[in-house]
Design a protein around this ligand. Structure first.
Ligand SMILES: [Zn+2]
Ligand SMILES: [Zn+2]
Length: 174
């Protein structure tokens, strides 16, 4: 499994609008083969997961390593994962998260948690964050070598830079 990609998809899942079935389908635009299986219940389960997972990103953002581990462990217990070695490409065996019987919500939650658990063990528990560009509340996974990420997106980063520049100009003028 490419755990960084799965961990990043957990931030994407948390930031997504999952109001109803249609919005879950939209979120899965890059995975068309899953779209037809999405149910109303998936939207409900995924919204609950968003609420439960956010504290892990908030704990990480304030360097609360124990808090991150506790939240993710509690979620791993609530959402048991069935890992499988996938051989659809025999030259590159890799881990898939859930079996065919799992719902779309189970699959997305399993991928998120396995990705995050691996990321936390390999890169450390303080690699998750909440965007510093208020009022944005999006979360992100920081895989930068010097752990310097502060914003969820390029868009928020440049918005914050412009705001800081204007504030400096105003201070200089006043
Ligand atoms: Zn595969
Ligand atoms: Zn942002």
């Amino acid at each position: 499994m490419d755990f960084i990609r799965y961990a990043e998809s957990s931030a994407g899942l948390l930031n997504a609008d999952l109001t109803d079935r249609d919005s879950v389908v939209t979120h899965l635009a890059a995975r068309a083969w899953l779209q037809a299986q999405v149910t109303d219940r998936d939207a409900v389960v995924l919204r609950r997961f968003q609420k439960d997972l956010r504290p892990a990103f908030e704990a990480s953002a304030r360097d609360d390593a124990q808090g991150v581990v506790d939240v993710v462990n509690a979620l791993l217990e609530r959402h048991p994962i069935t890992p499988r070695i996938a051989d659809h490409n025999p030259a590159r065996l890799h881990i898939h998260v859930a079996n065919k019987a799992a719902s779309v919500a189970d699959l997305l939650i399993g991928e998120s948690l396995l990705g995050l658990a691996n990321l936390i063990c390999d890169l450390g528990p303080t690699r998750l964050g909440v965007c510093a560009a208020t009022p944005c509340t999006n979360v992100y996974v920081d895989t930068s070598p010097n752990q310097s990420r502060r914003y969820c997106s390029e868009r928020c980063s440049s918005r914050a830079n412009v705001a800081a520049y204007r504030a400096r100009q105003k201070a200089a003028a006043g």
